[in-house]
Design a protein around this ligand. Structure first.
Ligand code: C2E
Ligand code: CA
Ligand code: CA
Ligand code: CA
Length: 277
């Protein structure tokens, strides 16, 4: 028994050590990812259910490194946040998204979609975030009212007043503000009732079960009703099945996003997809 305990302990500490080494390696390689042009934006469309057209496009970051291969943002974004690299990467994303927007505007005669950018809590709370994003959009000569900022609900808890002031500033500049991953765990109705947000994205984990679980149906349909009474636009994320789509239509959900409609793709592929839809 003692021997087994010792082995198990050794196994755990090796696993922890390996994890620490990978995090350190990711942080190290991520530092040069911009200069080495390893970052790329993918785009995933949002489909408006009543207008039956593409209403928006979410930018999703991709990182491919020689040594590590393709690394998921779910793994490297938290590391970018804790190391402070997210600020520099975030600014790269904004410039790249503005440039892509301008390219599409030239290519497609009538570009009415709103481009969404994901913003981490750590990024939003850096000093002068609103001023910095304002400078980037001024430099790129892009109107912020064509852009939406998706902010995850989990971070605002301790910084409510600060976050509120930043959101007001961003709204005044013309940005649309969405609360991302709603219902994923930290849900506080204080956000939707007191922050100046215009859109709610219902988390995939809730959408996943609506086709097979009555309780999930009650929760999602009630959330959609509540959001509408609060004058929010509702987006369901991670829609994969036709049954989920039918249910969401019957709940009057405004927009859907998910593999059922379209996976995230590089800009050139998205251009073709937009022309076809
Ligand atoms: P998110 O903002 O909630 O983005 C949705 C994620 O779900 C994306 O994963 C997308 O590819 C995936 N997805 C969309 N539809 C479906 C579906 O039908 N089924 C399944 N299984 N997945 C679907 P991705 O691109 O790996 O990004 C993961 C997370 O990393 C994002 O979650 C976001 O929190 C973060 N992230 C990605 N790009 C950025 C970025 O540019 N900036 C920041 N700050 N965070 C980012
Ligand atoms: Ca998002
Ligand atoms: Ca989300
Ligand atoms: Ca998410």
């Amino acid at each position: 028994v003692k021997e087994r305990g010792r082995n198990q302990y050794r196994w755990y500490s090796q696993a922890i050590e390996a994890n620490r080494t990978r995090r350190a390696l990711i942080e190290h390689l991520l530092r040069n990812a911009i200069d080495k042009e390893e970052l790329q934006l993918y785009f995933q469309p949002k489909w408006d259910l009543s207008a039956e057209r593409i209403s928006g496009m979410e930018t999703l970051l991709r990182w491919k490194n020689d040594r590590l291969g393709q690394v998921s943002p779910a793994e490297f974004i938290p590391i970018a946040e804790s190391s402070g690299l997210i600020n520099e990467i975030g600014e790269w994303i904004m410039h790249a998204a503005c440039r892509q927007f301008k390219a599409w505007r030239e290519q497609l005669d009538e570009l009415s979609v709103v481009i969404a950018i994901n913003i981490s809590g750590a990024q939003l709370l850096q000093p002068n975030f609103a001023e910095r994003i304002g400078c980037i959009f001024a430099e790129e000569r892009v109107d912020p009212s064509r852009f939406e900022l998706e902010v995850t609900e989990s971070f605002a808890i301790e910084n409510f007043d600060e976050v509120n002031a930043i959101f007001v500033e961003l709204r005044n500049m013309g940005f649309t503000i969405s609360i991302d991953d709603f219902g994923a765990g930290y849900s506080s109705l204080k956000y939707v009732s007191r922050l100046p947000i215009q859109c709610m994205k219902i988390d995939k984990t809730l959408i996943d079960h609506i086709s097979d679980d009555e309780r999930s149906r009650v929760i999602v349909s009630s959330l959609i009703d509540m959001a509408h009474r609060l004058k929010l636009v509702v987006v369901a994320e991670g829609v994969e099945l036709p049954e989920q789509l039918e249910l969401l239509k019957s709940y009057h959900c405004d927009q859907i996003q998910g593999f059922l409609f379209c996976k995230p793709m590089p800009a050139d592929q998205i251009s073709g997809f937009m022309q076809a839809n």
